[in-house]
Write a protein that binds this ligand. Sequence first.
Ligand code: NBP
Length: 491
Amino acid sequence: MSAPVGDIGLIGLAVMGQNLILNMNDKGFTVVAYNRTTSKVDDFLANEAKGTKVQGAHSIQELCAKLKRPRKIILLVKAGPAVDSFIQQLEPYLEKGDIVIDGGNSHYPDSIRRTKELEAKGLLFVGSGVSGGEEGARHGPSLMPGGSTAAWPAIKEIFQKTSAQVNGEPCCDWVGETGSGHYVKMVHNGIEYGDMQLIAEAYDILKRGLGIHESEIADIFTTWNKGVLDSFLIEITANILKFNDDDGEPLVTKILDKAGQKGTGKWTAIAALDAGTAVTLIGEAVFARCLSAIKEERVRASKVINGPQREPFRGDKQQFIDDLEQALYASKIISYTQGFMLMRETAKELEWNLNYAGVAGMWRGGCIIKSVFLGDITAAYEKNKDLESLLFDDFFNKAVHKAQPGWRRVIAQACLWGIPTPAFSTALAFFDGYRSEVVPANLLQAQRDYFGAHTFRVMPGKENPRLLKGRDIHINWTGRGGNVSASSYSA
Ligand code: NBP
């Protein structure tokens, strides 16, 4: 057999796989393509890949034989058992130091497991987030690789050349250990849910609150896209709002208000609950989709439950629109603050050394949440890699302070109108909770001790012989209960 020529192999010739192969080919790499249904290999070579350097393989053995060492093989197949099945099929043909990369939307616990299993066999595993859909895969996605750290030098050039570039910098860097690449991709998807929900709430306020027509709202979004909100999602929102149906009506007004979801936002919300981190905005964004999904019930409710009489807006309209821009910006800062808090908490628990500046950099281009704003997050973490929260960074601290008055006015007005703003409101509630030295959890602790003898700790400075510092204290609140505290029952 002739000497191996392939720089990298790719399994899975559906939309993502085919486009990523053509992208890697454009960047000068020789890719060997394989698919379970092997007729798709021939179709691909005869059509989309015609005239390129792409090689085909009709068996796993042939694929492995055609690759230079260490072998690098990307799987772009349906997440789940198909990934494990291919890893199993590959193993007999791989050698020590070869690298298996899963570029699908796998759940991070699977990537943690796969890294451990392959490393135990002398192989390397990378779980890489790939974002940007078909377009990104073809012209430059955001790539978020993590897993066996020893694999990075071998795949770095291919990954960084294939990814999107912003100001000459690749939207790809090493994320960290084991499942961290897929973890970061999951948080990215959750943040995408949050960004989309915030934009939808701004649209609702402009439409139902101020009574502005879609074409004019499109102009507002176009203006916002030139400022701090400059991002792909704001840009496409303006385009969507301008798009009319054949009768001249904005097409968006004819789309059923029932949102779907594939579950990655839900994964993020569940991960946040598991980590005990208040990622409230993504949670609300997921719940807003759930509420949208019960359309028929909402229609029935709308007939029997009244809200406030919606008064026409009598204030300064342009000022309110500027306030709304600031509300959107501040809420977005909170959402990213929460997302990074979650990654930090999980990294601590799983002992990952996450590259936070790199994570924000990877999201700057090639993906749905790409924005100028992410450059500011990169700068914040470059200044201080151990930043506790974005709100401690000077730039973001000033930004939320500036946005605060308008943010509050918008939410207050939306409440008076009866227009729901779950994402805006939860962001402000988090902000007010986060900046509160004292929250009413003292009363919660008292209640827990009263009904369940769960004990509490004394507030610094309030100690006395009954309330001793550093002790779990139980009080006999009623004089009827005993003095024994609980160790298992919790509420
Ligand atoms: P699909 O997710 O539709 O997967 C199609 C590929 O999986 C085909 O190669 C198919 O082989 C293979 N496959 C299936 Br389906 N079941 C299999 C099994 N049991 N054993 C072996 N192979 C199996 O493709 P995609 O939309 O290109 O996405 C690929 C991955 O990238 C997925 O994990 C997806 O979640 C992720 N992703 C997709 C996007 C996007 O915008 N589409 C974006 C980012 C990430 P066959 O041809 O023989 O049926």
